[in-house]
Design a protein around this ligand. Sequence first.
Ligand code: GRF
Length: 189
Amino acid sequence: MKKRLAIFASGNGSNAEKLMHYFAENPYAEVVLVVSNKSDAGVLKHAENHTVETCVFENADFVSGEEVLANLQQRDIDYIVLAGFLRKIPDTLIAAYARRIINIHPALLPKFGGKGMYGMHVHTAVKEAGETKTGITIHLVDEEFDNGEHLAQYTCPVNAEDTPATIATKVQSLEHQYFGPTIEKYITC
Ligand code: GRF
């Protein structure tokens, strides 16, 4: 039986879109639900285009997480994939989905992680620190921000002429290339 994936996303959802595409014809898993905390998130449009069901919750629903969990259980969700989801995952969900929540972070953790490190903040910090490489980390989610076991990291060079914007483009291309295959490898081994 195919594993049933729910993607959580708050924004544009370019990674979510790539994942829906990647798993559309996949023998091992399918994306069956997109969850957001924003009713105008671009990711909802991508879900509609892929005829994937959506659920939008209030930010307050991610405090206890009980209602979110009930919705996931009703749909027999096996794995949660975080693709730019900007709320903290409630402990209820972390306990119910131990080692079954996967996140992507746009830097080489443990550097440039933690609270406030998202989006362009990450790439600006990488540039300001004078790093010569950056990349992505795909990892399991536990109770602490950006702390869970790493499943994979991929790197790209940061050159003197790079700006936070050009770094973002390089990192996003790694994300789009590797997120799907890394999820597939993890859930099939
Ligand atoms: C990605 O950079 C991802 O690493 C981070 O949030 C961003 C989401 O981008 N967790 P998008 O909405 O998928 O374009």
